[in-house]
Design a protein around this ligand. Sequence first.
Ligand SMILES: [Zn+2]
Length: 455
Amino acid sequence: MSQAKISLLSHASVLIEVDGKKIVTDPWYFGTAFNDGWELNPKPDLEQIKGQIQDVDIIWISHEHPDHLHFPTLKWLAEFVRKDVTVFFQATNSEKVFSALKRLGYQSFIQMPHMKKIAISPNVQLACYAHRHLDSSLAVFVDNHFWLLNVNDTELSTGDCSLISKQFGNPTVVYNQFSIAGSDGVESSLKNYAAKVMSEMVRQHKELKARLTVPFASFVRFARTDNAYINAYANDVFEVNRQFADAAQTLCVQAYGSGALVWEDPTQLPVNMNAVHSESLHLWEKTENPGPDLHEYSVISAAEVQTTIESRIKAWRDATNPILWRFLKLEKITVLVRDWGDQVWEIDFNNATFSQVNAESAADIQIASQPLHQAFKMPFGIQTLGVSGRYQFGAKYQTVPASWKKIRILSSLFNAEIYLSLSSIFSSSTARWIWQRRLGLSSQIVQQVKRFKGS
Ligand SMILES: [Zn+2]
């Protein structure tokens, strides 16, 4: 085999060069994500990236979060990349991602079935590991050896790691997310969350028996007045470096300007690893933190927010089996809207109403009208709110209230076009999806239920 290389371009985007093929992952190079809650930090050099990837063969998208599937960036790319570039994305029960990319001018698509290898050149194969209802990892095989596992946001459990190792072997290198990706709205939980991301990264490295981990996919900051406090809890590459040193595991930090990691042999460590690592740490030391952008939002009127919330709840209710809906026991939630002069409003899920109430006791949630409106306006709005962190539960909450957890799950299933109704559960597209995902799915559902009960 000739050399294989991986360059860090931006956030979760790397350029993989192997066997004459160029693969770009999750391109997000400018602009914001998650209702303007996130910005790239630092910002990459667009001209340099353009030069590196104009002849790219494959774009792989891990999942539908806008820091991974960033439509403005993909639109910009479509203007200069080759017309026959192929977009690889996990097989799901929906065609909506490919349909949206077709409208941007992309013509060639490959649906990746869960854990099935796809040859892209005589010596290289790709496979995806679909995770829960949304996410996926990318496995790259070179000369039949498991070279790379791009874990990014997939929170691989012990069961996932053993399934991957059993099926594919042990990866030489793992690329993994290293910091917090949102807030559950309870500030006191952020410190533990950040520590957990670190320990999970080390655990996955060990369980996968990887030779090397490279931290990426967390090069962002919480960029608005209402979520900037979260930055104080974020992990940086120096912290990851310490954690891996303490655990006596091998880590290599990369930076945007550090150049590619180069492999002569896909079973061994990269030949220039030490040089890249020390140069990258030096580059990160010199990187200045720009500080929060004090961007404020326009106020959304109460009438508009009310219409939006009420119609969203009705849509969820209509798509859910009535018995299940009652079984969910959704309790009312009170909301203090910061930019409506701290008025308190109540969301009543059972009656599908949003109305102002007298604020006798502290409200459950504090939020501004714009993120509140977005949360219910977009099908993925509740998830976006969690990732942007632009809300906070009242001081009385040490954990997320049960009703909110249920709404999170309901809305995320709804967005994945999985409805809790009999006709949907028995539909052929859902059945096909369950069959394709049979390896790993049941343990991931258990993980989801644990999360639901726990955090
Ligand atoms: Zn994500």
